[in-house]
Design a protein around this ligand. Sequence first.
Ligand code: ZN
Length: 202
Amino acid sequence: MVKIHCATCASLGAAGVTTDVREVLPKAAETLEIFAPGRGHGDNEQIRRCPICGTLYRYRYHYEYDVTGSWDEYYLWRLPDAAREVIDPLLDPSQPDAQRDRAFVAALRHDHDEIRAAAALALWAAVDQDLTLDAALIPACETLADRKHLIGHFCYFALLWYLRRSPEAARQVTGTMDICAIDERDTHFSWILRKEARKWLT
Ligand SMILES: [Zn+2]
């Protein structure tokens, strides 16, 4: 049974938006608030939130090109209701940094894949807003090895932009990667992060 949260969400639901990832983007999606990372990114991956009832959605844009032509794909899907409590604090820059940083720990370790993916995307957006990380670094480094729903990919970008802030931040990221021994489980993102960190440390 699907709970109908408000008129906007009801019209999105009627237009085919569900918790399944589907190629659908109804007009009502334009009224949703948008949370997206700004750097290293073309607005392809977003969290959206209903301004009336607070229901959370994920949005994805994909551009496909081949010799026969090119086309755009737009996806919109609803996050489970349980996402609200976990994800909302991550999207609120008015909170003290330390509190917001700590809120990422449980969110990045959540057992629901979609919630973990939204948390990783929110982390990337929060780093863009200059959030200072401390507690979130360990789960973010561990999550580099998470292959589900681009979770590792979003954490990679969050950590990449974070370590580019200063040599101190670069040391903090590589030190945390050592603690997690992440290189044994993820040979792709952690390799690039270490290479990038070396540029800042030499
Ligand atoms: Zn709503």
